[in-house]
Design a protein. Sequence first.
Length: 163
Amino acid sequence: MKTIIHDLPEQKASLLSGIQAHIISADGKYAPCQGCFGCWTKTPAECYMKDALHTACRTIGHADELVIITENCYGAYSPAVKNVLDRSIGLSTPFSTYRGKQMHHTLRYGKKDRLTVYAYGDMTEAEKATFQYMAERNAINFGFRSFSFTHLKSLEEMEGMKL
C-alpha cells in the first residue's frame, strides 16, 4: 500500500486524483503533537487526540511506500507536513536497537520499501543538501530500505509524473 502526505493547495490537490493510495492532507485541520508519548506506551500507534491524524501512525506504518509532497521551508518540510510527521512518532517503539552501526528506536511495523520526498518552490543549493540529508535520515528512522529526494521548481512539474 502507498501513502501520500501532502500540503498541496486545494486547487492543485487534483494532481493526486486517480492515484491508488491512502492520502493524508496536511491541511492544518488537526492539533499539533502534545508530546505526551501516549502513542508509544498507552495506546500504541494511536493518538489520544480524536482528529484527522488519530490513526496516522498506523496508516503510515502499514505503507510499503511513503510519498511526501511538501513546500520547501528553509530546506525542510512545511510546518503542516512536519506536524503530520510529529504525530507519527508511534511508528517506532520507546526501545532502541542498532541499525547500520547506529542506535535507533525499534520499528513497530518492520521494514518498508521506499520513502520518496518531493519538495517544491525556490531552493538554494544549501537547502537542497539539507533536504537530501533529512530525507535520508528520515528513511532510516522510519525503516525504509531506500529513499529519493526530488526538488520541483514549481508544482506544474508534477503534472504527468507517476507518483
